[in-house]
Design a protein around this ligand. Sequence first.
Ligand SMILES: [Zn+2]
Length: 243
Amino acid sequence: MSGELYRDTGVVLRTYKLRESDRIVVFHTAENGKVRAVAKGVRKTKSKFGARLEPMSHVRLLLYRGRELDIVSQAEAVEPLSPMLSSLDRASQGLAAIEAVDQLSLEREPNPQLYRMLVGVLRTIATTPSTLNVAAFYWKLLANEGMRPELDRCVRCGETEPETPLVAFDLNEGGVLCRSCRSGQAISPGALEVMREILGGRLVTALAREESPTTHEVASLATRALEFHIERRLKAVAMFETH
Ligand SMILES: [Zn+2]
């Protein structure tokens, strides 16, 4: 209902300029999914919001529900943003995480699991530097979207290791393939092992890995898989809307 005040907690995904001193802030919230709200006077030097509405900020909110845009009435930091901004690596990992969530979050469609995952990954990035933070997050996002890749048997013939080495990964097929069925791109045994760690409850082991060609392989595959999923989903939505 329009005009109603409500509380929620959210993470700022991005902001953009509205008028002279106002901004529109896009949140992924715990209870209301994606929310767009006007923060009045936020660009003034003495704004009541201070720096609490910057991308990656985790804030407790009091909002007025509007017809199109809500209005931020209060914003209070749940945790400080400063650790995220303490190194370029952390900041860029954090930005990659919120960008992915921005793509997956839907307006006013509650997705508390996505909220919990986002808060969790931002805390991990702030406290536990790892070259695989973002890649692991992407694979877990995909699994959460019902796109968990098959890593243990060939998606075409069903053969398993060690008798049949699994050597390829195909985004279209949603998993790994053996030598005779291979399509998509090659995957190294090391990268496959790291992906099994990430998706098989051994995340800590995966995150402790040193940066290497293997971690790069996992990271680039994660990015491609997420892009592939988002593109397919956007197309599906577009098709749905024209029919
Ligand atoms: Zn096969």
